[in-house]
Design a protein around this ligand. Structure first.
Ligand SMILES: *[C@@H]1O[C@H](CO)[C@@H](O)[C@H](O)[C@H]1NC(C)=O
Ligand SMILES: *[C@@H]1O[C@H](CO)[C@@H](O)[C@H](O)[C@H]1NC(C)=O
Length: 374
């Protein structure tokens, strides 16, 4: 009797597991796979702003009809928590989840620096997010620093072969990079995992290196790209990269790993360009709360991968339903100064960083004057 009920329970659990199987990511019948990147959604500050934000999300998804959505962090403004309400993150995130569920398509998530500043830590956020039917977000790929470190295979239309990969590396919190001032950073164990997992893909595998990496905080190399190469799109603020460059970019270039990296974090930046053969991009800020964007509409960055002939296209779909034309042009405005250090480093309120900032701004103004006078 007893063993029978155990068996029934086991069967029921298996059935439950089977019915809760995650959707498979796969190319459509035309050999295309379109990802819509939502970033810096910033729910939880004001209900009226959240309603407008959710409308932005509906508009861009309806227009693009992507194969999946990738949320690159700061879905929720954790700092807006009243430090008392229980179930707060859960409540805020479900607003977004309900909209995504309307479209019945898979979605994945990587955390920003603000998501875990409310009542949920990264582990609790991961547990919640992985519980949703269409969430293909994976658990941490090991006992790795931070939480959202994983790789998602994207299959051929018949579901048999891996054709492409989507990586997530968790860039951590607002501070705490091994005791340094400034934004948190990717740790060595995460980078070693990334290296290892890529080395595990055989070098004669034609899909090796065909991948996009989703992160939240931009790498230092986003400054190099701005300083030395053409950028497409807009740079309306400094690159707020982590306190220390822990070498993720080196790991990206030393093996065939990914072709594109995309991030969020800096609401007034949406540019992309190529540095050392790797395409670096910002998403487009999606949410109405928090600061920015200053000089463009809210929206989303789209990546469309085509298998034959193989290529990756990207563009910005905006909240008014249009595609941003500026994204296709080289924007080299106001490059009178270059950016030499990450903006997060100026968070320390010392005189040196303040005067450096003032000097940099003065140079920018003088440069602009010289350009406009000549
Ligand atoms: C905390 O939340 C409880 C229950 O939601 C509420 O009764 C109480 O007034 C709140 N306390 C503060 C200090 O806001
Ligand atoms: C690499 O492959 C080995 C052997 O199959 C496996 O044990 C290891 O977990 C893999 N490493 C990663 C990071 O995927």
């Amino acid at each position: 009797m007893k063993s029978n009920s155990v068996l029934i329970t086991l069967l029921a659990a298996t059935l439950l597991l089977l019915t809760h199987q995650k959707p498979q990511l796969k190319f459509n019948a035309l050999g295309k796979f379109k990802i819509l990147q939502l970033t810096d959604i910033h729910l939880g500050e004001r209900e009226d702003l959240d309603i407008r934000t959710l409308e932005v999300i509906r508009t861009v998804i309806e227009k693009e009809k992507p194969e999946m959505v990738f949320i690159s962090g700061d879905a929720v403004s954790g700092y807006a928590w009243d430090k008392n309400t229980t179930g707060w993150f859960d409540y805020q995130f479900r607003k977004l989840e309900r909209v995504l569920a309307e479209f019945k398509m898979p979605w994945a998530f990587t955390a920003g620096n603000h998501d875990a500043e409310g009542d949920y830590d990264r582990q609790q956020i991961s547990n919640l997010i992985r519980s949703f039917e269409n969430s293909v977000t994976l658990p941490n790929a090991g006992k790795l620093s931070h939480e959202f470190n994983y790789v998602l295979p994207v299959y051929s239309n018949d579901g048999k072969n891996i054709e492409f990969r989507l990586w997530s590396i968790d860039t951590g919190a607002s501070y705490g990079c091994m005791g340094s001032h400034g934004y948190d950073c990717v740790r060595d164990d995460q980078i070693q995992w990334f290296r290892q997992a890529n080395q595990n893909i055989s070098s004669d595998d034609p899909t090796k290196g065909k991948a996009i990496l989703f992160t939240h905080i931009p790498m230092h190399e986003y400054m190099n790209l701005y300083n030395y190469n053409d950028i497409f799109g807009l740079k309306g603020e400094e690159v707020c990269c982590p306190a220390v460059n822990t070498g993720l970019f080196s790991a990206i270039v030393e093996d065939k790993t990914v072709e594109w990296v995309t991030c969020g974090h800096d609401h007034n930046n949406d540019y992309h360009g190529t540095w050392e053969g790797i395409h670096l991009a910002y998403g487009r800020k999606t949410g109405y709360a928090s600061y920015g964007p200053q000089s463009f509409l809210r929206g989303s960055r789209i990546f469309e991968i085509t298998l034959n002939p193989y290529k990756i296209d990207t563009w910005i779909r905006q909240e008014d339903g249009t595609v941003d034309k500026k994204d296709g042009y080289t924007q080299k405005v106001l490059k009178a100064t270059s950016q030499q250090y990450c903006c997060g480093l100026t968070v320390i309120n010392n005189d040196e960083s303040q005067s450096m900032k003032i000097a940099a701004n003065l140079l920018l103004i003088i440069g602009a004057l010289v350009i406009s006078l000549s």
